[in-house]
Structure formats: structure tokens, C-alpha cells
Design a protein around this ligand. Structure first.
Ligand code: SAM
Length: 284
């Protein structure tokens, strides 16, 4: 095992050697505790033949561990100063560093380009927090199959993905995510494991795609769910009335799903929303 990059000593050494200092605008907070990167990599990769997509390798703290567990790692980094460092510090044949803004890549195209026959694709990242949700949605929308996504994010955002009916964090994002994935917590992470130290604590969570539900028009379904949560304190009847611009349609949509019009979005399960959509598609 080579010297860990995820230590304070090594991180400072790399910064001094290459004269690169962290850029706040890119959400650069590097992990400096080896045990943390090891646990993320262990959760992310189940088989050495899985192709790993890493978003934001930074100076390679997590990348190094991913490369020890998989024989094919593709890391997308926006900061042009970093590929050279990754090349010199890790420089393995089975690591490809792609200098691109992940939000601008076509995820399907990149997967088709790099995946070898028979390989499963997994994603691992200590996400840049300022773009957590758009990155995840780009991955959720991908048509090419992804097996699982293991990512670190701000704890409060993670709690929204994990939230269940009646939890205070439960919202449209929770429902839409659970439509596609089983979401589970991997571990809590203290702000003290980063350099520089951010103002918030984090959590690593995992998304496993389950392929259990297939609605005809996903956009219509997602918009309806968002419509039910437009104003948290309002009932689904009031929210749907505003969303559909029609009282009668709102009433029918709820009646056909055998739900009470006095419910709030927060009290409805994913199955309730699916029934509402399936029995009322013609009203949307
Ligand atoms: N993986 C490293 C670690 O755990 O120490 C660094 C994680 S740091 C929180 C986020 C990384 O994402 C930074 O290296 C940053 O430059 C990169 N990044 C930010 N925005 C990005 C984008 N749009 N596309 C790709 N990488 C991005």
C-alpha cells in the first residue's frame, strides 16, 4: 500500500510541492483521514471489475483507495491544476483523469466511451457541495445503467434524500429519489476530517437503483409530486388545485387514489403518489 494521500501531512506536502491552494469556488475540502476514504471506497466498490466514476478527485485522497479496489477508475475534475498532480502522485494505468466540468458532460456518452464489455458502473465521490443535487440528478437521469452511487454530501441534504413519510425533511426530492433508488446511510462524517474545515458536518449515503417502478411519463409524475409539496403547510388538495389550476381535477385526482384531501404532501408515501398518478394520468 502506497503512502496515504488522505493525511494532513501529505496534503500540505502536495500543496507546497505543486503550489496549489484550495479553491473555495470549486468546493474544495480535501479528506485528511485515511480511515474515512477507506470506508467510502469499501462501500462503493463490491468487485474489482466494477468501473468506478469519481466526480472531483481533488488531489486524490479518495481516488487512491478507489484505484486499490477497482481496476478501472475514471475521475472527472474541473480544476485544471489537478490532473498533473494526480498523474504524478497516483499515475496508474487503470486511472483515467478527465479534465471536464461534470455538469457539462453527457453521462451516457462517457459511460459508453469508457465501460468495458460486461462491466458494471458505480459512482463514488466526495461531492462538491455547491452542486450536489444537479450532479445526482444528472446521474439519476442517465439511461446507461449505473449500479450504485456512494457519495458524501452535507448532512442536511443527505437527510432529505433519506427522509420517509412524516419526517420533517421529507419532500419532493425524497419521493423522486426513492422512486428510482433504495437510499441508505453509510456513515456520519465530522467536519474535522477535512482540510480546510467546512462549516457543516457531512454524511455518506448510498443509492442503489432498484428498477421497481415504471411510470409512463416520468416528468408528468415528478411534476405532480412537486406540485403536492409546493407549499409545505398546505394540503395536497390546495396544492394540486394551484398546480392544476382546476378544483375539480384536483378533487378527482385525490378521490381516485382513495386519499383524504386534508392530507399534506409530507404524509403521503411514494405508493400514494404512484396511485394518484396511475389513476389520474388523464387529469394531469
Ligand atoms: N475527492 C477529493 C477529496 O475527497 O479529498 C476532493 C473533494 S472536494 C469536496 C470536491 C472536488 O470536486 C474538488 O476537487 C473540485 O475541484 C471538484 N469539482 C468541483 N466542481 C466540479 C465539477 N463541476 N466537475 C468536476 N469536478 C468538480
Amino acid at each position: 500500500m502506497s503512502e496515504r494521500i488522505a493525511t494532513v501531512k501529505k496534503t500540505k506536502e502536495i500543496q507546497d510541492t505543486y503550489q496549489v491552494f484550495t479553491k473555495k469556488t470549486y468546493g474544495q475540502n480535501f479528506i485528511v483521514v485515511p480511515n474515512v476514504v477507506e470506508r467510502i471506497a469499501n462501500a462503493a466498490i463490491h468487485d474489482e471489475n466494477e468501473m468506478v466514476i469519481e466526480i472531483g478527485p481533488g488531489i486524490g485522497a479518495l481516488t487512491q483507495c478507489l484505484c486499490e479496489r477497482s481496476n478501472h477508475v475514471i475521475a472527472f475534475e474541473i480544476d485544471e491544476r489537478l490532473p498533473e498532480i494526480l498523474e504524478k502522485e497516483i499515475g496508474l494505468d487503470h486511472l483515467t483523469v478527465v479534465l471536464k466540468d461534470f455538469l457539462k458532460v453527457d453521462v451516457n456518452e462517457e459511460i459508453r466511451k469508457y465501460r468495458k464489455a460486461g462491466q458494471k458502473v458505480v459512482v463514488a465521490s466526495n461531492l462538491p457541495y455547491y452542486i450536489t443535487t444537479p450532479i445526482l440528478f444528472a446521474l439519476f437521469e442517465a439511461k446507461e445503467p449505473i449500479e450504485r452511487i456512494t457519495v458524501m454530501m452535507q448532512r442536511e441534504v443527505a437527510q432529505r434524500f433519506l427522509a420517509r413519510q412524516n419526517d420533517k425533511e421529507y419532500n419532493a426530492l425524497s419521493v423522486i429519489t426513492q422512486y428510482r433508488c433504495d437510499v441508505s446511510k453509510v456513515m456520519d462524517i465530522s467536519r474535522n476530517v477535512f482540510w480546510p474545515k467546512p462549516n457543516v458536518d457531512s454524511m455518506v449515503i448510498q443509492f442503489n437503483f432498484h428498477h421497481r417502478y415504471h411510470v409512463e411519463d416520468e416528468n408528468a409524475f415528478f411534476e405532480m409530486v412537486k406540485g403536492c409539496f409546493t407549499q409545505r403547510r398546505k394540503t395536497i388538495y390546495n396544492n394540486l388545485q394551484a398546480y392544476l389550476g382546476d378544483k375539480d381535477k384536483a378533487r378527482k385526482l385525490i378521490e381516485r387514489a382513495n386519499l383524504e384531501p386534508s392530507l399534506r404532501g409530507q404524509q403521503c408515501t411514494l405508493e400514494d403518489f404512484l396511485t394518484m398518478y396511475e389513476n389520474g394520468k388523464d387529469l394531469l
